[in-house]
Design a protein around this ligand. Structure first.
Ligand code: HEM
Length: 510
């Protein structure tokens, strides 16, 4: 067994899943000798030029894909043209990438690295935290950008508060109230169709920010007030979340020499990180003040995430609070919109869900299936990534350490061989028994990973699921939702986003 797994098993603070992973990997044999493998350079893929790598394929006119290429289609073309292992040279000093299209190959690379999952990317945020904010953060860098020991220390501290279902469920009454307030606001604005068609994203982001802020800070932010001003800090937080994704895409996936000179996009992202940091810090400081003024302790399960973490490590509490206010807005809003769209365009499923909601059943089986099916069709993050920390032999090819291995999970989740009628919204596939042709378990579990993989998977998963289920429940119980227009469009810039107009129509449900 390798040294990472041995260390993992010795470390008592690591989760059970860690140990299970170790046992699982131990039983496998991936030991094709490297000398028998085909060399890394022989992996097929797009042709590449010095410095700019494969970028010329994305240029106007001459590029085979062009500048407006849809990443979903690019991935599909790579698969069809080059097969199950595809190489893409890094652009401007970025690491080379390998796309894996066989679940077994992804499993091989991701699982063996499970004790030390490396997920680089977001280099600008890493630079901001580790260089610009060095003196403030003093070695605690958050989950999104940290690797190795620093990541593990942080994650071990925050895992229980954020992932234990029992602890997360205590936020349900507050989140239900927020869902109710959002629906009341929708009732007031729904008939202004031109406003809703343009501003649906900002309306739904108000709900997702209000919800995640409530869980993080234990109080209401006030995003749902009808007279929310442009200067309200919540507006700025929502804008930051969007600008960070947009600008990070330009800086990290398109050629931009920000590592050598200060470019306008670089200055913009640093300013945005500053604003995001300042506002979240203000909110966290007020939370701390409120706790001090209260002067007495409340039961552990009633505390907000920040309050729980303040008792463990102050810097961890501040950074986790700030990450929640960054990572918990657009992700959750996108998934709720995804679900609403699929329910609006599949009225029979919507009816069935309403019946379950009104039946008073507590198991919510159909609700869960509706959410899983929406996530299968559109992952917020369409591909997962791990950087190799050792040599691998995959599909007969040598993949050395330092390569970004991409699992194109959203693309795989829409292949007929894994899910019959793959582009249809069929929540039932998550409910039918083994043996049924639609049974979800016919696809290997690693095909569909909307929340990522293993111990580095999304820390906000339980919170997101709870927020979305309560919101959808209130929406579907109140409204009959239809979609009156052509199919919705999705763009992918690091994460998926829907494009206006939003042709939802909301009628009070009988
Ligand atoms: C439906 C909503 C969401 C989806 C689909 C989603 C998806 C993801 C994915 C795919 C990853 C990468 C995991 C990996 O590399 O294996 C991730 C990481 C992360 N997510 Fe989420 N996310 C969602 C909501 C949230 C929320 C609400 C929060 C905060 C409360 C959050 C905070 C984070 C953080 C901090 C990480 C980095 C974890 C680490 O590296 O240890 N996410 N998420």
């Amino acid at each position: 067994m390798n040294v990472f797994l041995l260390n993992a098993m010795k470390n008592k603070s690591l989760s059970k899943s860690y140990k299970l992973m170790a046992v699982y990997t131990q039983g496998r044999n991936y030991s094709t000798p490297i000398q028998d493998a085909k060399p890394f350079n022989s992996i097929p893929g797009l042709s590449s030029l010095p410095i700019i790598g494969p970028l010329h394929h994305f240029l106007p006119v001459v590029g085979s894909f062009g500048p407006k290429a849809d990443l979903f289609n690019v991935v599909g073309t790579l698969h069809k043209k080059f097969g199950p292992v595809v190489k893409m040279k890094g652009i401007l000093a970025r690491a080379d990438m390998v796309f894996l299209f066989e679940p077994e190959y992804i499993d091989q690379v991701y699982r063996v690295q499970e004790a030390n999952p490396l997920r680089p990317g977001f280099e600008t945020l890493e630079y901001y935290r580790e260089v610009i904010k060095k003196d403030t953060l003093v070695g605690v860098f958050g989950l999104t950008t940290a690797q190795g020991e620093k990541w593990r220390d942080f994650r071990t501290k925050v895992n229980p508060a954020m992932l234990k279902i029992k602890l997360v469920k205590v936020y349900a009454p507050g989140l239900e109230e927020i869902a109710y307030d959002t629906v009341e606001r929708f009732k007031r604005i729904k008939d202004d169709e031109s406003y809703m068609e343009t501003n649906f994203v900002s309306e739904i982001n108000k709900w997702s920010l209000e919800s995640v802020a409530y869980v993080a800070l234990g109080s209401r932010m006030g995003c749902l007030h009808d007279d929310l001003t442009e200067e309200h800090p919540s507006r700025k937080l929502m804008q930051c979340s969007k600008d960070i994704i947009e600008t990070a895409f330009k800086l990290e996936f398109l050629p931009n020499p920000w590592k050598y000179i200060s470019t306008p996009a670089y200055r913009k992202i640093i300013k945005t990180f500053d604003t995001q940091w300042e506002i979240s810090k203000q909110y966290i400081d007020s939370t701390r003040k409120r706790i001090d003024e209260r002067g007495y302790d409340i039961p552990e399960e009633e505390k907000s995430i920040v309050e729980k973490l303040l008792a463990i490590d102050e810097r961890v509490a501040i950074l986790m609070g700030s990450e929640m206010l960054m990572a918990g807005i657009d992700t959750v809003a996108f998934t709720a919109t995804n679900m609403l769209y699929n329910l609006a365009t599949n009225p029979d499923k919507q009816k069935k869900l309403r019946e379950e909601i009104r039946s008073g059943e507590t198991h919510k089986r159909y609700m869960r299936a509706c959410l899983k099916e929406a996530l299968r069709l559109w992952h917020v993050v369409p591909s997962n990534l791990r950087r190799t920390d050792r040599d691998h032999v995959v599909g007969g090819y040598h993949i050395p350490a330092g390569i970004d291995v991409i699992a194109p999970n959203e693309y795989l989740s829409r292949l007929e061989k894994y899910y019959p009628q793959p582009n249809d919204y069929i929540p039932e596939r998550w409910l039918v028994d083994k043996g049924h042709p639609l049974y979800y378990g016919n696809a290997p579990a690693i095909v569909t990973l909307p929340f990522g993989f293993g111990i580095r998977s999304c820390i906000g998963r339980r919170i997101a699921e709870l927020e979305i289920e309560l919101f959808i429940k209130t929406m579907i119980n109140t409204f009959e939702i239809t979609w009156e227009g052509p199919p919705i469009k999705v763009v992918n810039k690091l994460t998926n986003a829907f494009v206006p107009p939003f042709k939802f129509r909301f009628k009070i449900a009988k």
